[in-house]
Design a protein around this ligand. Structure first.
Ligand SMILES: Nc1nc2c(ncn2[C@@H]2O[C@H](COP(=O)(O)OP(=O)(O)OP(=O)(O)O)[C@@H](O)[C@H]2O)c(=O)[nH]1
Ligand SMILES: [Mg+2]
Length: 406
């Protein structure tokens, strides 16, 4: 099977090659790869109204998995009492079954992020995403645990050879395949099952993806996580799974959630593009252009119309347009870096400082060009100055004023 890899990634170093595994890993008990670090796996099960499924499901999971794997149920205050069922089961599986209760339904993605956070503070090295409705057969978990020892991400895939779906109507199948293909095409990502929710991650892999950057709250979360994993150059393997339609309980998928997920694919793509330094630079330039327009309009009103003195008006214009730039850069150009922080006077002053540094470089370059090259028009020297000033302003903004919080 062809393995999805980031286009820009160097050929894999020899030491990273997946090692050959013995047959036993696939037929029955898990055989751990010799020399690999011991795993501590957390099986994350988000639930909303899964009272009918959760008990048999947890039993089935513990039946299949080795002792290195624990289970965490993340329940969003299900009205059908799913959490109470889990609480009763905890006595049967002490130190192996945990429950994370959340106050209200906040979406699948938010539930998983909370689970990853919970597990990472408790030193779990591997995380599994799995639905509680038996659509994802726990029999695949040992296979995934064996594979994750040589990869960063294992995707349970319906869309590769030997994978598939049971129990869906032709229409549902068409919608699922269509949306997976649509997401692949929009994102230009080779992963065959982008939308599936049966995936295993190493803690290091999650670290590299940067969970703070995830924008999806609901079902597009799965697409975004895999896309980011691929972009980050993680070692990804798809293994075939047969997905079985739920027989108990209701699906939480609705037309609204589905359409939202389709639209979100564009948001994911845009967010990833904007994250590049080039994308930020373009936004920074647009912001600067709009700031210049504001500056000139105010200058025209006060200096030309009201005849006020040019120098104080010019200083006022600089302060106002630079404040506008600060807000736009915070909210737009560097929005990804500043998501966790509010606008502040301290940052505004830092941005003014960065702009003044840009102005100083602008003047320096402009005078240097004028004295060394004597261009046909002076404004050409000023254009070089502006360009140099902008680059300095951009660099100090990106790496000092709007530096990303880790
Ligand atoms: N904690 C939490 N769990 C959720 C939420 N939405 C869905 N889930 C759970 O996520 C898993 C997947 O949801 P499903 O409703 O089965 O969605 P699906 O598998 O796409 O749809 P079906 O194929 O019709 O079952 C199930 O275990 C749900 O109980 C949510 O907002 N919060
Ligand atoms: Mg389901």
């Amino acid at each position: 099977m062809q393995e999805p890899r980031a286009k820009s990634q160097e050929p894999r170093a020899k030491s990273q090659e997946p090692r050959a595994k013995s047959q036993e890993q696939y037929n029955g008990a898990l055989v751990f790869v010799k020399g690999a670090a011991p795993l501590k796996a957390l099986i994350c099960v988000p639930t909303y109204n899964e009272a009918e499924n959760i008990e048999p499901f947890i039993n089935a999971v513990f039946n299949k998995v080795p002792a290195c794997a624990d289970v965490l149920v993340i329940d969003d205050n299900s009205p059908d009492g799913t959490a109470a069922t889990v609480e009763n089961l905890i006595e049967q599986f002490p130190e192996r079954l945990y429950l994370l209760k959340r106050p209200q339904k906040q979406g699948l993605g938010v539930a998983y992020l909370a689970a990853f956070e919970w597990g990472r503070t408790r030193n779990y090295s591997v995380f599994l995403e799995i639905d509680a409705d038996f659509s994802h057969n726990p029999k695949y978990i040992p296979i995934m645990l064996a594979e994750i020892q040589t990869y960063d991400v294992i995707i349970g895939s319906r869309n590769i050879q030997k994978g598939g779906v049971e129990g869906w109507s032709a229409f549902r199948n068409f919608i699922s395949k269509g949306s997976s293909l649509y997401a692949r095409m929009v994102l230009g990502c080779p992963i065959k099952d982008l939308t599936g929710g049966f995936n295993m991650w190493t803690s290091n892999g999650l670290e590299k993806i940067g969970l703070k950057n995830i924008v999806s709250k609901g079902y597009s979360f799965q697409v975004e996580m895999k896309y980011r994993a691929w972009k980050a150059g993680l070692r990804i393997k798809e293994i075939p799974i047969v997905f079985v339609d739920r027989t108990h309980g209701k699906s939480k998928m609705s037309k609204k959630i589905f359409l939202e997920a389709l639209l979100n694919v564009w948001k994911i793509k845009q967010d990833a593009l904007v994250d590049t330094a080039f994308g930020q630079f373009i936004r920074f330039c647009i912001t600067g252009g709009l700031g210049t327009v504001t500056n000139l309009v105010i200058f025209f009103i006060f200096a030309d119309t009201f005849g006020m003195p040019e120098i104080p008006v010019s200083i006022g214009c600089f302060l106002i347009s630079d404040t506008q730039n600060y807000i736009m850069n915070h909210k737009w150009s560097f929005a990804r870096n500043t998501r966790q922080t509010a606008l502040s006077v301290k940052k505004w002053l830092a941005f003014l400082g960065s702009s003044l540094a840009g102005l100083a470089v602008n003047i320096l370059v402009m005078t240097a060009v004028l004295s060394y090259f004597t261009p046909p028009f002076k404004f050409i020297a000023q254009a070089y100055g502006i360009l140099a000033g902008m680059v300095i302003n951009f660099i100090t903004s990106k790496f000092i004023v709007f530096m990303r919080n880790k």
